[in-house]
Design a protein around this ligand. Sequence first.
Ligand SMILES: Cc1cc2nc3c(=O)[nH]c(=O)nc-3n(C[C@H](O)[C@H](O)[C@H](O)COP(=O)(O)OP(=O)(O)OC[C@H]3O[C@@H](n4cnc5c(N)ncnc54)[C@H](O)[C@@H]3O)c2cc1C
Ligand code: FES
Length: 308
Amino acid sequence: MYEIVTKETVAPNIIHMKFKAPKIALTAKPGQFAIFRADEKGERIPMGLAGWDEKEGTIDIVFYVLGTSTAKLSTMKEGECISNIAGPLGVPTEVDNFGRVICACGCFGAGPTLPLVKALKEKGNYVITVVEGRGPDFIFWVDRLKEHSDEVHVVTGCGKTAWANDFIEQELATGKKIDRIFAHGCPFMMKVSSEASRAAGVDTWVSLTPIMVDGTGMCGACRVEVAGETKFACVDGPDFNGHSVNWEGLVMRLRQLIPEEDKSFNIWERDNWHRLMDCRHKKSFNPAKRRLIDKVDHPESECKLAGI
Ligand SMILES: Cc1cc2nc3c(=O)[nH]c(=O)nc-3n(C[C@H](O)[C@H](O)[C@H](O)COP(=O)(O)OP(=O)(O)OC[C@H]3O[C@@H](n4cnc5c(N)ncnc54)[C@H](O)[C@@H]3O)c2cc1C
Ligand code: FES
């Protein structure tokens, strides 16, 4: 059993949780993930490690509330325990002194980006971090990222530099050398970030999130096509060169179980509506719109967030 030490809603539908997991905290590295199971009947869901503390014996995750398993986890409270955490899993991100690097993150991606930014800075890189969100409300952990970055830029969907891929494109167009780019977020954000750097030929590493089951290379659920070859994201990744990923194939596989996921969520919600009430009051979760959160309108003046 693994205790939830702290729980905080950091943005609408996005939760930061800290768990007691001393063995995982001891060996975790940037880019790795763990597989969580909320209760004995729960499915196994992979989450990128967003931090760890060897002394306290804790690990952190930041997750987007999407369907049954993440909703179930989101209704659990500090002090409660979840059934399993297996990890750390996956190949750690290659961290070296590359020179000038861009770390782009969107959605839950600021979570797993934090330990990466920290490790890249410790290796002596000039770290430029760009945080993307659909509006200021969706931006979190800028202060934490600032601690380890040389520059932090926030983009919220407006102005000339609307999204992380615009930032990458514009940064590369200035002619300043960029030696490597990392992207964490939804597949679309990682795809367009990779496209933004393709012409300049800057290595762009993305952290893929295909459906996983065992997380140990046995089931084949997480297969992805990279440079024309089949790879298992759980043991060969989750990091891959974004220029070589078959993004259409990844998205198609990610969407293949939507009818079953919807059915599962409807059954779970019917039995657990009272637990969700808490989240609804905090406007952190809206199951009816969980796949279709409307575009968030915010005044153009809030663009001043960019380039802080
Ligand atoms: C290596 C890795 C790291 C990840 N890190 C994070 C993270 O740090 N934060 C975060 O919010 N999300 C992360 N994800 C995605 C997260 O695992 C899914 O959002 C979660 O499993 C959804 O489960 P659900 O039951 O709530 O939603 P469901 O309604 O079951 O599914 C919603 C969508 O999530 C995806 N999904 C469903 N089951 C899985 C599964 N077992 N494995 C992967 N994707 C699945 C599918 O695209 C599905 O359509 C990561 C995925 C991988 C593979
Ligand atoms: S999750 Fe089973 S092979 Fe990767």
